[in-house]
Design a protein around this ligand. Structure first.
Ligand code: BGC
Length: 411
């Protein structure tokens, strides 16, 4: 059979619906209770299409562990069928190297440009006018999570913003409650970003993370943010530091810790524990200091491969991820906001409703560092924040000066 007849047979097979079942390996780092419940929505919906099978490739340890594994598999010629990554620049070198499927035809057929909001989310997936990923959610990072039971036990009202919360630390300690639980590694950097937006404000966040303005980093407003991180560092005892982000949230769920700063994916853990926002726990976007959400989140990428059946299954999955039903079911479990603005969110809990109301005003919406900085710059900044948090002898001035140097040469 020559290559034209092979193509004709393949096209006929597809048209007659005789596509072969394909096992599609999908990698992601959704391994906590809430995350596993959310990714199951995608897996079950894909299997329910009746043709192919979702082969789950969960990678434990969070994005910092998973990203290098995902990237090296693709570069090393052992690609998975599909993979989650953060919406942003982490995959840009893979796209530039021509290793990712072009999804432009599905995007046009399904009219993604008409339904995805904010429109800027599409930009993170575009390269030279073509679409290379499917954003599946909007995850915002600047949230403070508080346990009502912990504050009740300490005999004080649950605070409504970061400043009042920090002022409560001594009373919480007296009552035998950890003021704040903190996950090791990247969660410290998440707290840093939240302080930058919450205490520094949206303008400062934009000057630093979007304009990459090193002079803004050298200024007094930025210094106040570093000081806030130093205050937490100096008040944190070693028993407050736990291995993973969800270990910290679990301490809040149990009322053993009063609070934690974490992205809105924390909601998935509260939901699995059957806790109710406004009754068992409080969620304060922008640390209760500013109305702010960011357009972080997750996107699915589809590495190129040699098998037309895998490509067909990839495109099926790409389409499915953005159907209205999948968007609603997945995001309700994940604690994130759907990227589609045209879906029914009556079932949203109080936290998601707060997020959606903030998202409705474009002035409140920030990009994430994943979207504005290259992976290399993100890594340098995170290393500095973690080093500062680990070393009480590192001064605020030192941290500020080193941060300014990185921003001055950031790409
Ligand atoms: C992802 C979330 C995930 C979180 C913790 C973030 O980078 O965007 O989807 O829940 O990491 O694993």
């Amino acid at each position: 059979m020559n290559k034209f007849s092979v193509a004709a047979v393949m096209a006929a097979a597809l048209m007659c619906g005789t596509a072969h079942a394909t096992d599609l390996e999908v990698t992601h780092w959704w391994t906590s209770g809430g995350e596993a419940a959310a990714v199951k929505v995608f897996a079950d919906s894909f299997d329910a299409l009746g043709t192919d099978k979702w082969v789950d490739g969960a990678i434990a340890g969070g994005g910092d562990t998973a990203n290098p594994i995902i990237i090296s598999r693709i570069l090393g010629g052992n690609p998975m069928g599909a993979t989650q990554m953060n919406t942003g620049r982490d995959a840009e070198q893979l796209i530039q190297a021509g290793l990712m499927q072009d999804l432009s035809e599905v995007a046009a057929a399904e009219k993604w440009a008409d339904v995805i909001r904010p429109a800027k989310l599409m930009d993170s997936c575009m390269f030279e006018g073509k679409m290379y990923c499917v954003p599946v959610n909007i995850h915002s990072t600047q949230w403070l999570w508080l346990s009502d039971a912990a504050f009740k036990q300490a005999g004080i009202p649950t605070p409504t913003n970061w400043n009042d919360y920090v002022a409560d630390f001594p009373k919480l300690k007296e009552a035998g409650i950890l003021p704040m639980a903190i996950g090791q590694g990247w969660p410290i950097n998440t707290m840093w970003g939240s302080l930058l937006a919450g205490i520094g404000g949206l303008d400062l966040f934009r000057q630093v993370n979007v304009e990459k303005n090193a002079d803004a980093v050298r200024g007094p407003e930025f210094k106040a943010v570093v000081q806030a991180l130093a205050d937490v560092r100096d008040a944190t005892e070693s028993n407050a530091m736990v291995p993973q982000w969800n270990d910290a949230i679990n301490l809040v769920i149990e009322g053993k810790a009063a609070g934690n700063v974490m992205g809105d994916w924390a909601q998935g853990e509260f939901a699995v524990a059957n806790q109710v926002a406004g009754t068992d726990y409080e969620c304060l976007p922008g640390l209760g200091l500013h109305d702010v959400v960011d357009t972080g989140g997750d996107a699915f990428y589809f590495p190129k491969n040699d098998d037309p059946e895998v490509t067909r299954a990839q495109l099926e999955l790409a389409k499915l991820l953005l159907t209205p039903e999948t968007q609603v079911a997945f995001n309700l479990k994940k604690g994130s906001m759907p990227v589609r603005g045209d879906v029914d969110l009556n079932a949203a809990n109080d936290c998601m409703k707060k997020g959606l109301a903030i998202l409705a005003n474009p002035d409140n919406v920030l990009p994430t560092g994943d979207q504005t900085f290259s992976s290399d710059t993100q890594g340098q900044l995170q290393d500095l924040v973690l080093a500062f948090f680990a070393d009480k002898s590192m001064t605020v001035d030192d941290m500020q000066a080193q941060f300014a140097d990185i921003v001055a040469s950031a790409d």
